[in-house]
Design a binder for this molecule. Structure first.
Ligand code: 5GP
Ligand code: MN
Ligand code: MN
Length: 331
């Protein structure tokens, strides 16, 4: 029923309708890729007044600055104040939308595309599939039902989204359906080697050195999480400034920390321009880190979650330690 409602909401748009696409703050590959890929599909359907935007700092992270559809992006202040339809990508709750949350209320209708189990269904129509590996899976499903064929530009966006949220097809979410979708995307002629190198394997030398510092002060606590182990580190605005790096380079730091063999749970505490801490949590399976994140005001998935912390780094890590035992899974 939700699929039919979503198809109808797009199909019945008048020719002069204004459509606004939004996604979560500090957009990742899934947020940007599903939003821009779907936007290019709407353009193919003939939607002419089409904008995309996201809350928070307006810079698109460098690894995504080649994505097709970037021309859809406008600064959030310039986005339609009262669009006919707003479509929201990869956001589990309104709290992930910053100042853009008002656009939901002022829009003629709102459509939410997401894959977080914790999604609060804040749209008029909610396409939320917790079994989908990425929001782009939901986006592709809707494009298909709208009769939009995949082209290489749409496919590049959706491939970025799919490969980001599956950790390059390494995570448990990498189902046969994921590989079937990847096959459809690759059949358009996109180049997976180029795309992967750009989004996963390219970083400025300053960021390489900054990662070295942050990894160098990582702490291992083998007794934490019921003996499953915790590894954590942090990075400050001063670290970023000394290496002349923007905040988003820290998004990849967790991947260099979570490989620690002696820890099931990993954590990176990143100071934000607002002065608080963006916390990333990962688990290898013994702990449901989304429970930790939700208890501390955030959210996410079982094995990848996050929240906003306040106070000192030690206070933030203390608050995590206190929630870990309660989030142990029976494994
Ligand atoms: P990351 O650590 O890559 O920033 O985020 C991992 C997952 O945790 C994301 O899929 C996102 O859904 C969730 N997440 C991260 N930060 C927050 C937050 O501050 N609030 C909520 N609700 N979810 C978050
Ligand atoms: Mn995301
Ligand atoms: Mn996602």
């Amino acid at each position: 029923a939700e699929w039919a409602a979503a198809v109808a909401a797009v199909r019945r748009l008048p020719a002069d309708a204004r459509v606004l696409l939004i996604c979560h703050v500090n957009p990742d590959g899934d947020a940007l890729g599903s939003m821009l890929g779907f936007g290019l599909g709407l353009r193919r359907l003939g939607v002419r007044q089409l904008q995309a935007t996201f809350p928070g700092p307006p810079e698109v992270p460098e690894p995504f600055r080649w994505l097709p559809g970037l021309d859809l992006l406008v600064p959030q202040d310039a986005a339609y104040p009262d669009p006919d339809l707003v479509i929201c990508f990869d956001a589990a709750s309104e709290s992930r939308l910053g100042d853009l949350v008002g656009r939901l209320g002022s829009a003629g209708a709102s459509l939410v595309l997401d894959h977080h189990a914790s999604n609060t269904r804040f749209g008029d129509i909610n396409l939320v599939d917790p079994h989908a590996a990425a929001t782009s899976v939901v986006a592709e499903g809707l494009l298909d039902r709208l009769g939009v064929p995949l082209d290489a530009d749409i496919a590049a966006c959706l491939y970025v989204a799919l490969s980001t949220d599956t950790g390059s097809f390494r995570f448990e979410a990498t189902t046969p359906a994921v590989h079937e979708m990847a096959a459809r995307l690759l059949a358009t002629g996109i180049r997976p080697g180029d795309i992967s190198r750009r989004i996963f394997d390219t970083r400025p030398f300053g960021a390489v050195r900054l990662f070295g510092e942050a990894i160098g002060r990582a702490r291992l606590e083998p007794g934490a999480a019921g003996g499953r182990g915790l590894v954590w580190t942090y990075a400050t605005l001063d670290d970023l400034a000394r290496h002349d790096q923007p905040p988003y380079v820290l998004e990849a730091l967790i991947d260099s920390v979570r490989c620690t063999a002696e820890a099931d749970v990993s954590c990176v505490v990143k100071q934000t321009p607002a002065g608080d801490w963006a916390v990333s949590l990962r688990s290898k399976g013994a702990v449901d880190v989304s429970r930790v994140a939700v208890a501390l005001g955030g959210g996410g998935h079982r094995f990848a979650a996050g929240f906003t912390g306040r106070g000192s780094v030690d206070e933030v890590v203390d608050s995590i330690r206190a929630e870990l035992d309660g989030a142990l899974l029976a494994v």
